[in-house]
Write a protein that binds this ligand. Sequence first.
Ligand code: BGC
Length: 771
Amino acid sequence: MRNNNINFIVITLIFFLVSCKKSVNTSEPLVSNINSVELNKAIEAKVDSLLSIMTLEEKIGQMNQYNGFWDLTGPKPEEGIAAKKYDHLRKGLVGSMLNVRGVKDVKTVQKIAVEESRLGIPLIIGFDVIHGYKTISPIPLAEAASWDMEAIKKSAEVAAQEASAAGINWTFAPMVDISRDARWGRVMEGAGEDPFLGSKIAEARVKGFQGDDLSANNTIVACAKHFAGYGFAESGRDYNTVDIGTSTLNNIIFPPFKATIKAGVRTFMNSFNELNGVPATGNKFLQRDILKNDWKFDGFIVSDWGSIGEMVAHGYAKDGKAAAEMAISGGADMDMESYLYAAHLAELVEEGKIDEKLINDAARRVLRIKFELGLFDDPYKYCNKKREEEIIGSASNHKTVLDIAKKSIVLLKNENSTLPLKKKGQKIALIGALASDKNSPLGSWRIGAEDNSAISVLEGMQKYEDNILTYTKGANVTIGETKFGIETKINTTDKSEFQNAVKAARNADVVIMVLGEIGFQSGEGRSRTEIGLPGVQQELLETVYKENPNIVLVLTNGRPLAITWADKNIPAIVEAWHLGSQSGNAIAQVLYGDYNPSGKLPMTFPRSVGQIPIYYNYKNTGRPTLPAPDVVFWSHYSDQKNTPLYAFGHGLSYTSFKYKNLEVDNTSSINNPEIKVSVDITNTGKYEGKEVAQLYIRDLFASVTRPVKELKGFELISLQPGETKTIHFELDSETLGFYDNSGQWVVEPGEFKVFVGGSSNKTIESNFELQ
Ligand code: BGC
C-alpha cells in the first residue's frame, strides 16, 4: 500500500538520482576505471542515499534472488511459490531473478519491481550464459583447448551481446574451478587442470562478458564461480566433500579466482561443497577473510542454488534459520533459491543475532552493481525488442562461434597422414548416431538455443560434394528420450544396426566414426565412474575396425575420455568436444584440411579411470622411478603405466614443428628476478600451421616440494612451411614463486629447470640458478 508520504520520498529520491546522474557521466568506461575514485564516490553517495530510506525488509529484499517461472537449473521449489514471488516483487522484497529471459518476460518482472514496488529498485537479471545464449560457442573446456585468449574473449562478447539483447544483465560465468578429475561432469564448464592457463582464460572471459563499460547495453556482469574447491569433489562425484590443504588451495585453486578480480569481475558465487568441514556457503575464511578482506572484493557474492538451505543436510546448520545466520555471517550476500534470507534475516536482526551492519553491507554491494550497470538510469535498457531481433542469432555471431569451434579442435593422433581427407574421388562412410545429432553439440548449458539447432557432422560433411558420402548410425547412444533433467538411458544392448555400419565400411576408402557422449552426459550432476565410450559404441568401433581399419575417430564429449584401445588401433583421432551451433561445419573443415588444427589439451586424458586424479603438474614423490628390474617398491601401478594417454598440452597439426636453440639469459638476482628465455620454432612440414609454444619450469628444491613441471608461459604463433620464428618468454617473481604452507608468497633461491615445447611431455630443456 502506498501513501502520500512514501510517494514523496520516492519522488525525492528519483530527483536525487537524476541530479546525481547529471553530475556523473555514467557512460564513462567503468571496469577499466574501476578505481576511478570520483565515479566510485558518486556511486557510493547514491547507494548511501538509497540505503538511508530503505526499510530492513527492503534491504533484505535486495539479498533475495528468485528463480523465474520457467527454466529450472536446480531442484524444483515447492508448489505455489510463483504467486508468492509476484507478491514479493511488488513488496520490493526481491533483488534479483534468475532464469527469466527474453525482452517480454524480463520486462514483465522488471516492470513490477520498478513500477509497483515502493522504491522502484530495478532487478538484476541473472542467467547461466556459460558458452553462448542462442548462438552457442564450444563448451568452455573445448574453448580452453584453443589457448587463444582473443578468440575466447570474443566468444564471451558474443554471449554478452546476445544475453543482454534478451534482457539479461548478469551471467553466472565464468566457472574457474580447476579440476583434475574427468569423472566430474562439470569439467566441461571450466578451463581444465592448470592454474596458469585457467587464470589467463578466466581473465579473457571476464573481460569478454563485462567489456570496458559495464553500463553499456551490450555488456553483462560476470560471476566467478564456485568459490571454492568445487572441482576437487572427492571421487569426482558432484557436490561431494572437499578436503584439501592450504598449498593446493593457494597454488592451484585460488589463482584463477584472483585473476578474475584483477580483470574486474563484479560478482562471485560460492559453492555447494564443504571445504575442510565447513560448507563454502557459510565459510568465513573463504568469503570474508580471503575474498572480501585480503582480495578487497567490493562486488557481491551470490549463493549457489539452494546452497544456504543445504547447510542443514551438510550437518552444519540445525535448521533453515541457523543456515541463514551462518550464510550471512560467512559473507554470502545474496540467497539464490533457498528462500531463507527472506524468511529469517529480519527476525535474526531483531533478535540481535545478526548485526544490521551485515545486512547494510550486503545490500550495499548489490545496489552498487545495479548502479554500475546503469539500471537506475534506465531499468529497461536491456529490453529493446528490435535489438533482440537483430542481434540474437546474427550471421556475424555464427561466424565468431565457427571460428572458435575450429580453434578448439584437438588432433590427438594422425598416423600415415590419414588426415586431412582428400577432397575428391573418395568413398567415405560416416558412422555414429552422434554424426547426425543436432542437439548434443549444444552441450548441457544451451539456454536460449533451440533444440536440434546445431550443424551436425553429417551436414558439415555434405557440403564437400566431390566425394561419395554414405551415412549410417550403427547404433543409438541412448535409449528413449533425452532431456535436460531426465536421467539419460544409455544404449548398452541394442546392436541391431551394427551390420549396416559394417556394410558401409566395407565399401569405403575411409571411415569416419563420430562417437562419444551426448550433450547431457557431462555437466552438472553428471559424474561418471566409467569414462570410456558409453554404451555399445566401443563394440561398434571394434566391429567396424575388423571390416575396415582405415578409420578417423571423431570424439564428441564434455570430458577427457579413456580411449586406450582406440589410441592403439585407430590411425587418426580428433577431439571435437561439444562445439556448439557451428559444430559440424568446424569439424568438416578440419577433417578436409580447410582449417589446420592447432588445439592443445587443457586437461590430461588418462589411460584408465583408475589413474584419476592424473595431471601433468604432479609431485615427484620419494620413489619416482624403477630402481632396478623386478623391484616393486616404487610409486606405480602393477596393472597400468603412470603416464597419461594424452598429456596436458598435447595436440597435433597437419604440419610439424621443431624447437631448437633454447636460450636462458639470467643476469638478475633473487630480489628482482628477470629470466629471459628464447627459443626458435620452425615449421618443418608442408602446411601453414599454428602452434602453441608452452613454457614450463621446475623448481628443483624448495621449502615446500614443487611439481615436476609448471606452465608459466605460452604463445600461439603461426608459421608458413619452412619458416622459423624466435619467441621470447620472461620469468619474474610472479611466475617463479609459490605460496608456502603459511600462505606467504615466496621466491626461493636455487636451481630451476626450464622446458619449452608443443606439449607438457615433449619439450627441450635448459636450466638456471636463482641467487
Ligand atoms: C549451479 C550454478 C548455477 C546455478 C544457477 C547451480 O546448480 O551449480 O553453477 O549458476 O545452479 O543455475
